[in-house]
Design a protein around this ligand. Structure first.
Ligand SMILES: Nc1nc2c(ncn2[C@@H]2O[C@H](COP(=O)(O)OP(=O)(O)OP(=O)(O)O)[C@@H](O)[C@H]2O)c(=O)[nH]1
Ligand SMILES: [Mg+2]
Length: 389
């Protein structure tokens, strides 16, 4: 411990050491850290204590979570598998289960009474050489965001998914169905992802302080983020910076406190309606969501839907091959627009540092084996070999 700390620090340090409960320790440590003057001489100590604080908060969060259920897990705790996870969301009886079954062959009950599906059901959808996981959520109803039925759990799944497939029934009022779904999502801070705005998800939490995940995408000082958050009155949150972003971008995202998800609308039961009925779907607030008509029962539009599902997620496959090996490894799943540097750090954190150049084959290569650097943007289907220093 640096010797030149004010007396108040020493006192608070003792209170922290002597605190008995986990909550007490966290409170005392927060006060202790807050009392340490910020200069170069105390940097190491502050960083050490902040790590300690993060650990204590995590322990508290885990304890709370395991109290929630005897096993700590509920039917709504769904592990992410496959290249990405899409949540199937809709009002009751629109054909969510029928669609899940048609796309994934999952064993799911298709019913003709409302609220047949009572817990999330997962199915894996093969798409070319990868699999996407589709999750049917129990039906949403008006008031879900305020706690009706399993609303908050379902909306929690939506917040954790990589994309949302909004299913409407062609024989019901389309505008009204879509409006209800979007309103409930928005009330929960989930908005359709639009245009070029960098993806920065801000998910308020009940404790744990401000935690930032940025994978080298943030062009600002991480130390400033808690202050930016405090200015927007955000004390506890998980902030995920998924695209290249500046401090200004983060500030904007903090003021909105939302997460943005890709959304695709599937108008199901197209076999029951004429195409004029669905051609001019009155979209609320000018939301220009991509839309596709399908019939889960008769199979119409399903191949196109699979393609659109891959497409709307904004992901791409890049095949890394070890130099000297004949075959590439399994594809890396990257976001469209990501670069050689993102592929490198995905393979191994050290690869970026030791990177010399990459050789490229596939859609982005001007000629087979083109030499490229870390900043080179990749495309779906590219194959790369990375050479090290
Ligand atoms: N005509 C027609 N009927 C369909 C289609 N898809 C589903 N259905 C029927 O719609 C009813 C409800 O289907 P489900 O797949 O169980 O609907 P869901 O949205 O999962 O319903 P809940 O789980 O109860 O919320 C069943 O009677 C299905 O046979 C379709 O494409 N065309
Ligand atoms: Mg169902």
């Amino acid at each position: 411990m640096p010797t030149n700390l004010p007396a108040k620090c020493t006192q608070l340090e003792r209170e922290y050491r002597e605190a008995k409960s986990l909550e007490g320790k966290i409170r005392a440590l927060e006060a202790y850290i807050g009392s340490i003057p910020e200069h170069k001489g105390t940097m190491k100590l502050r960083s050490h204590l902040k790590t300690k604080l993060a650990k204590l908060r995590e322990e508290l969060e885990n304890r709370r979570r395991s109290k929630a259920g005897a096993s700590g897990r509920t039917a709504f705790d769904i592990k992410k598998t496959g290249a990405a996870q899409v949540l199937i969301l809709g009002l009751t009886q629109v054909g969510k289960s029928q669609l899940l079954k048609a796309l994934t062959n999952a064993a799911v009950e298709i019913g003709n009474r409302p609220y047949t599906t009572l817990a999330p059901v997962v199915g894996m959808m093969p798409y070319q050489d990868i699999q996407l996981s589709l999750v049917e959520a129990p039906a949403i109803m008006e008031g879900a965001s305020e706690g009706k039925a399993w609303g908050p759990q379902v909306l929690g799944l939506a917040r954790n998914s990589d994309g949302i497939l909004l299913v409407l029934a062609a024989d019901q009022d389309l505008g009204l169905q879509l409006q209800i779904l979007l309103d409930e999502l928005k009330a929960f801070g989930i908005h359709p992802r639009k245009g070029k705005q960098p993806r920065i998800d801000v998910q308020p939490t009940s404790s744990g302080g401000v935690r930032v995940f940025c994978a080298n995408k943030f062009h600002g000082s991480l130390e400033n983020v808690p202050r930016l958050a405090a200015e927007e009155d955000v004390r506890n949150a998980v902030i995920k910076i998924l695209d290249e972003a500046s401090e200004e971008d983060v500030k904007l995202a903090l003021s909105q406190k939302t997460v943005q998800k890709p959304m695709l609308v599937a108008v199901n039961k197209a076999d029951l309606a004429s195409s004029e009925d669905t051609g001019n779907l009155p979209l609320s607030e000018g939301e220009n969501l991509p839309l596709i008509q399908v019939s889960a029962k008769e199979g119409g539009g399903l191949e196109e839907l699979k393609r659109r599902l891959f497409d709307f997620l904004g992901i791409m496959r890049v095949y890394p091959r070890r130099p000297g090996q004949p075959e590439p490894d399994k594809p890396l799943i990257l976001r469209r627009g990501e670069k050689v540097s993102d592929a490198a750090s995905r393979i191994h954190t050290d690869l970026r540092r030791r990177f010399r150049y990459a050789k490229l084959w596939g859609p982005s290569a001007k000629y087979p084996g083109e030499k490229v650097g870390l900043d080179f943007p990749l495309r779906d289907g590219d194959l790369i070999e990375i050479y090290l220093k």
